[in-house]
Design a protein. Structure first.
Ligand code: SAM
Length: 387
């Protein structure tokens, strides 16, 4: 076994073992590997044959995932498992810690103290380790014809390196759709993808409903970019994706001709996400799934003395405005009769734009409650704008 000499890595391993023993460990994400054939690895707590274990899942550039289980000798073997990465994030229910190794070799580690103090206070939730026999099944394998035609994977069905992140995003997005299937019709469905861009997600969602679930699908994808819409229309015709229509239009002016069951949107820029959400809600969509992109509007208009202590730090101001914007969006949808949730689309390491706003139309929303929420929304907005 290799001997790894790093004070910081040793401290990180001690932390991992501590949070693991307290059942507070969610996962350890090992990024920027030294090994060229690896994309990243993730260590998660598992239950294997009734015993607590750690499992390292390594994602390689040949689109495979390799597993290594650590069932004993945790102290001696963990150090080797986490060495060889320039960034390691330890995600726990008591807070997060980050290890960094600069090009110069200089190491740093942040967040350990906070986690330890939260553990001491007992202010953390318990994580239930997943049983190891739970098989991870991705809905798309990479071998699908449409993914090859779109250039996401090569002729052998191997996802191209530069498309790995997009591939994971669309797979995850479909997993989120799968989790709310019971809120959607089971035979014939109308879906809108607003701000579809190159429509990777639209093709994947169409494929999922049409070819996997064998449903009748009307899929309408709208974007401003004429050339992209033309290209996607041709691709859709070549694939024989009947019922898929690509429309070149500004979503602001676009009128939905079918009642939307599902409205999806991935990374619609800035206020385009607000237009998507408004359009979907006004047309009574049953389910809205939207991953916002950049947020600028509130960052420019924020005028709130109470929040000045955050807003004066530009990095934190942006993060706060992102969170406030998404929370306001959810509040508005809630006031319009939706049950709402903010979820994580994918690992933050894949894209920082990984919040998924989920809204499901309530069967009988309470009008008084909605009115109260509407007033609360307007009051909060005015408060943030200093009105
Ligand atoms: C970052 S891209 C995302 C594209 C695609 N959903 C994806 O994830 O690959 C944002 C897209 O939103 C489109 N867009 C922005 N504002 C729009 C509007 N008002 N109407 C229609 N499309 C809009 C842009 O043309 C662009 O293609």
């Amino acid at each position: 076994m290799k001997t790894v000499k790093s004070e910081h890595l040793n401290a990180l391993c001690d932390l991992i073992l501590l949070v693991f023993s307290k059942k507070a460990l969610k996962r350890v994400v090992l990024s920027k590997p030294d090994a060229l054939d690896e994309i990243k690895s993730v260590i998660t707590p598992k239950e294997i044959s009734g015993k607590s274990a750690l499992q390292k899942e390594t994602f390689s550039r040949d689109n495979k995932a390799y597993h290594f289980n650590l069932r004993e000798n945790f102290e001696s073997e963990l150090l080797e498992l986490v060495s060889g990465y320039s960034q390691i994030n330890v995600i726990t229910t008591a807070g997060d810690a980050q290890y960094m190794r600069a090009r110069s070799g200089k190491e740093s580690i942040l967040g350990v103290g906070k986690i330890k103090s939260n553990l001491e206070n007992g202010s953390h939730e318990t994580v239930t380790a997943e049983k190891n026999n739970k098989k991870k099944s991705y809905i798309l394998s990479g071998d699908e014809d449409f993914l090859k035609k779109l250039g996401v994977s090569d002729e052998n069905g191997r996802v191209r390196d530069k498309m790995q992140s997009k591939f994971r995003q669309i797979n995850k997005f479909i997993e989120h759709i799968e989790s709310i299937r019971d809120k959607l019709p089971s035979e014939s469905i109308n879906i809108y993808d607003l701000c579809c861009g190159k429509s990777y997600l639209s093709f994947a969602v169409y494929h999922y409903f049409k070819n996997v679930l064998k449903m009748d699908v009307n899929m309408i994808c709208v974007d401003l970019k004429k050339d992209v819409i033309e290209y996607c229309s041709e691709t859709s015709a070549r694939l024989g994706f009947d019922g898929m229509e690509l429309v070149c239009a500004d979503i602001n002016a676009y009128e939905m001709k079918l009642k939307p069951h599902l409205v999806i949107s991935l990374h619609a820029c800035d206020i385009a996400t607000d237009i998507v959400l408004n359009k979907a809600s006004q047309n009574g969509a049953d389910v809205i799934l939207s991953t916002p992109c950049c947020h600028h509007e509130l960052n420019h208009t924020l005028n709130c003395k109470t929040l000045d202590f955050v807003a004066r730090h530009s990095m934190l101001r942006q993060k706060m405005c992102d969170a406030l914007t998404d929370s306001l969006r959810l509040m508005k949808l809630e006031s319009e009769g939706y049950s709402v949730l903010a979820l994580e689309l994918i690992d933050p390491e894949d894209t920082p734009k990984n919040i998924l706003l989920r809204a499901i139309k309530k069967k009988n929303p309470n009008p008084e409650e909605c009115q109260k929420l509407k007033e609360e929304y307007e009051k909060t907005y005015s408060f943030l704008l200093g009105r």
